[in-house]
Design a protein. Structure first.
Length: 300
C-alpha cells in the first residue's frame, strides 16, 4: 500500500471490515465476479480480509455468452493461479431451458437477462449474501444504495425500505429465501479504484488499456464488432485505438478512443475526462430509470 495516499488505506480498511461483518452474519456468501476492475479489486480485498486462509466463498460469474474473450481468459487464469472456487451461471442455458427469452433485432442485448440467470444461480446454491463491486459514484440508482442491500424472496430491491446504517452497524437479519447484496466499495470512486490498482500492483485485463480493435459507431457510442452484433444500414466497421472504462456484455459496453496504454496514462485520462464511467453503457440509457428498474428486478 502506498502510504502517500492515506485515504486509500482508509477505504481498504472499511472494505475489509464490510467483508468480515457480512461473513460473520451470513451462512452462505459468494462474490459476484464480472472480470472487471471493480470485482478484481474485490477479490484482492477479500484475500486480505481473510488472510492467511483462503477466501471462504466462491466467485460467481454470470456468463451472457456475449462476453469479451479477454475477460473470460483473465477470469480463468485468476482462478487457476489462486485456486479460487468459481461458479458460472449461463444465460445461454437460461435461454435454452425457457427461463429467459432472447431479445431480437439489431439492438438486442442479453444484459437484462443476467438477472434471471443470477436469481436461478442464487436459488440453486442457496446463497444468502452476494458481494458486489458497485460504487455510489457510478450511477444515480447506485447512489441510493446502502452497504447492506436487502433483497426480498424474488431478488427485488425496494429503496424505500432500506435499513439505517448508523455508527457502522449493519442489520443482516432476513427471512427465509431473502438475501443481501453487500457493496464494500460503496464509498470508492472510479479514480480511487485505479489509484488502488496502481498502489497494490493488481493485474487487470488488457481491455482497459489502449489497443487496436474493430469497432463501429451507433448513436454516439463506439461498439466492439463481434459475430453476434448486427450492423444497421450506414454503419461501417473500422479499426481504431480504443480502451474500455467499464466491462460488461459486448452488446451494451461502449469503448472510448484512447492512446492510454499504461496505468499512469489511464489515471491521467480519467482525471481529465468529463464523461462518467458508465457514460458509454447503452443499457443505462434505455430509460431515465433503467438501472433502478433493473435493480428492482434482481439486477446486480
Amino acid at each position: 500500500m502506498d502510504y502517500k495516499v492515506p485515504y486509500l488505506k482508509q477505504l481498504e480498511l472499511e472494505a475489509i471490515y464490510i467483508f468480515r461483518e457480512a461473513v460473520s452474519q451470513c451462512e452462505n456468501p459468494a462474490l459476484l465476479f464480472s472480470g472487471g476492475k471493480d470485482s478484481i479489486v474485490m477479490v484482492h480485498l477479500a484475500k486480505k480480509a481473510f488472510w492467511p486462509g483462503k477466501i471462504p466463498f466462491p466467485l460467481v460469474h454470470i456468463d451472457t455468452g456475449h462476453n469479451f474473450e479477454e475477460t473470460l481468459t483473465f477470469r480463468d487464469e485468476l482462478v487457476k493461479l489462486h485456486g479460487h472456487n468459481l461458479v458460472v451461471g449461463s444465460v445461454e442455458e437460461s435461454i435454452k431451458n425457457g427461463e429467459a427469452h432472447e431479445e431480437v433485432g439489431p439492438k438486442a442485448s442479453r444484459n437484462a437477462l443476467q438477472s434471471i440467470t443470477l436469481m436461478s444461480t442464487i436459488e440453486n446454491n442457496k446463497y444468502d449474501c452476494l458481494f458486489g463491486g458497485a460504487r455510489r459514484d457510478e450511477e444515480k440508482a447506485r447512489a441510493k444504495e446502502r452497504f447492506f442491500s436487502h433483497r426480498d424472496a424474488f431478488g427485488q430491491w425496494e429503496p424505500k425500505n432500506q435499513r439505517p446504517e448508523l455508527w457502522s452497524l449493519y442489520n443482516g437479519r432476513k427471512n427465509p429465501d431473502e438475501h443481501f447484496r453487500v457493496f464494500p466499495l460503496s464509498n470508492w470512486t472510479e479514480l480511487d479504484v485505479w489509484e488502488y490498482i496502481r498502489s497494490e500492483g493488481i493485474e487487470i485485463p488488457s481491455l482497459y488499456f489502449s489497443h487496436k480493435r474493430e469497432v463501429f459507431k451507433r448513436e454516439g457510442v463506439i461498439y466492439a464488432h463481434a459475430p453476434f452484433m448486427t450492423l444497421i444500414e450506414g454503419e461501417t466497421v473500422e479499426r481504431v485505438s480504443v480502451r474500455f472504462r467499464t466491462i460488461g456484455d459486448v452488446t451494451c459496453t461502449g469503448a472510448v478512443e484512447s492512446t492510454a496504454s499504461t496505468l499512469e496514462e489511464v489515471i491521467n485520462e480519467i482525471k481529465a475526462s468529463r464523461v462518467t464511467e458508465r457514460g458509454t453503457r447503452i443499457d443505462d440509457k434505455r430509460s431515465e430509470a433503467a438501472m433502478e428498474d433493473r435493480k428492482k428486478q434482481g439486477y446486480f
